[in-house]
Unconditional design. Structure first.
Length: 286
């Protein structure tokens, strides 16, 4: 798979949360596309393709540990990763490792501030002020904590078309349903590189026009990077809600992605993700 000159694109998988970048560093990643041996060159702070997250009444649960069918660059036509949902995000006191209050986790999911361009500008401005004055605007740094697991989710990745097509299949039978409100399936790449969006309803967005999160009305959602000559397109199954988003905050948060939302009773799901050069997008924009 060679999508840009001599920069050969590979797909990577690891039992460790690699690449470790920004706020998402402790979270297990899905399939990671990379031209630099599995580094964060394309994903940046994004968590890759096909990562399950669980929303309970009180917490969001993230995968903190995992096992995989192979390590490093994926060479087979099928691979799997078994995610253990045993990580939550809390705030902590500045000089202590003791959890204090809920941070209500990840602007990726429900931080309403980022729904508007004005909200994003205010946050970015506060960050610049903090940097110049030495003041910690947020007050307490976020921290992830390992907790009792809510179960495991095995994700199968099947590869076709020289690994440009990834069929993602998730077995959701092994999770705790008590108090479960929603299941999320995250597909993320880097927010700096992947700064353009389009879908099959005719929506076309660039850079700050893409906020987080907005509902997707179509069945195919594509983020692409003219600079990296790469796109990723998520095919949304019938009846599944999906949202698009993009955020960049200093060197802490940098992602663009499509997240699928499933009801808590869901037992399995399959969907397709396509990756390739921009010239191969349907109706490609030059």
């Amino acid at each position: 798979m060679n999508s840009s000159g001599d920069n050969r694109l590979g797909l990577y998988l690891s039992k460790d949360p690699k690449p470790q970048c920004g706020k998402a560093a402790p979270i297990q990643k899905g399939v990671v596309p990379s031209r630099k041996q599995g580094s964060a060159d394309l994903c940046e702070e994004g968590i890759g393709i096909g990562v399950p997250l669980l929303k309970y009444r009180r917490d969001f649960y993230f995968p903190g540990t995992a096992t995989t069918s192979e390590e490093g660059k994926i060479t087979s036509q099928r691979a799997w990763k078994k995610f253990d949902l045993n990580l939550i995000d809390r705030h902590q006191k500045k000089a202590s490792s003791r959890p204090e209050t809920f941070s209500w986790v990840y602007q990726r999911l429900y931080n309403r501030t980022y729904k508007t361009a004005l909200g994003r500008r205010l946050i970015e401005l506060s960050g610049r002020i903090a940097g110049s004055t030495g003041v910690n605007v947020e007050g307490r740094p976020p921290a992830f904590y390992r907790v009792k697991s809510k179960g495991t989710i095995t994700v199968d990745y099947e590869f076709e078309n020289e690994k440009q097509d990834i069929l993602v299949s998730m077995n959701l039978e092994g999770i705790d349903r008590e108090g479960l409100q929603e299941i999320f399936l995250s597909n993320e790449m880097g927010g700096i590189l992947f700064d353009a969006y389009r879908d099959d309803t005719g929506v076309r967005l660039r850079r700050d026009e893409i906020s987080g999160w907005d509902k997707i009305e179509g069945r195919e959602a594509t983020f692409y990077s003219p600079a990296a000559n790469l796109f990723f397109k998520v095919s949304i199954p019938d009846g599944v809600r999906a949202f698009r988003g993009r955020e960049i905050i200093d060197d802490i948060i940098s992602w663009s992605g499509v997240i699928l939302s499933l009801p808590p009773s869901t037992k399995s799901i399959k969907y397709l993700v396509k990756i390739g050069p921009v010239s191969e997008m349907n109706g490609a924009e030059k």
